[in-house]
Write a protein that binds this ligand. Sequence first.
Ligand code: PAF
Length: 272
Amino acid sequence: MKEYVRFEKSRQRTIGFVPTMGYLHDGHLSLIKRSKEENDVTVLSIFLNPTQFAPNEDLSKYPRDFEKDSRLALESGVDALFYPKAEELYPNNYQTYINVEALSRHLCGKSRPDHFRGVATIVSKLFNIVSPDHAYFGQKDAQQYFIIDRMAKDLNHDVNVVMCPIVREKDGLAMSSRNVYLDPQERQQALCLYRSLEKAEEAITAGERNAQKVKAIIKESIDQNPLAAIDYIETVRTETLEPVDEIEGPTLIALAVKFGKTRLLDNTIVRI
Ligand code: PAF
């Protein structure tokens, strides 16, 4: 991959990069489309990164379909597919990790303490290999985006980290590789994430600024669904991810809700 990138760069071609863990859906395809619009060459990586899964999170059950992924990559016009083996990126005696400190402790970091250390480490390694000019991440994993953007700046990666809008199913459910785990009842009740965010946005548009009240509106809406177990509902400042009491300035309203064993994320960013 490094030689390919060196060759393309020697021809003054810009490199767009879409890192994934595979099991591609329309959300990933929207990142590829954006990269193709903004770069000469688009590189897609598929790597199921073991260091971002805790021992209880069952990496072996994560959905995979490499044949379908490579077909979709080809059809969507990806120029190079990078799918390294775990032992290539984490050889014996591997010891170096990246910790984006405060940002990784908020939101998902509370219940997944080592998750973002694994994400920052693998993305930094991939940036070193692919040397992209632009790298594309979905807003659904907004905390991941802010952590990677901070990491890239702090470690002098010469890359523009781009956040792309959430892609939703027709009924509003945010696309995620994990949606395949939902049974039909869970899938139906999972719509409460999107709907509760819509209610929060309506209240803010009508003038509500109190974060506790906005969170209460979301909770009430989600609580009507007996299969939903709320992990968190948070209103935080974008960039720092510090909790806010008042909705003013760019604010991330983020949710994590479990349905059985499946933990779903959704969010909206309001700019007042
Ligand atoms: O969002 C993902 O799919 C992963 O966290 C990423 C960014 C590819 C790192 O493994």
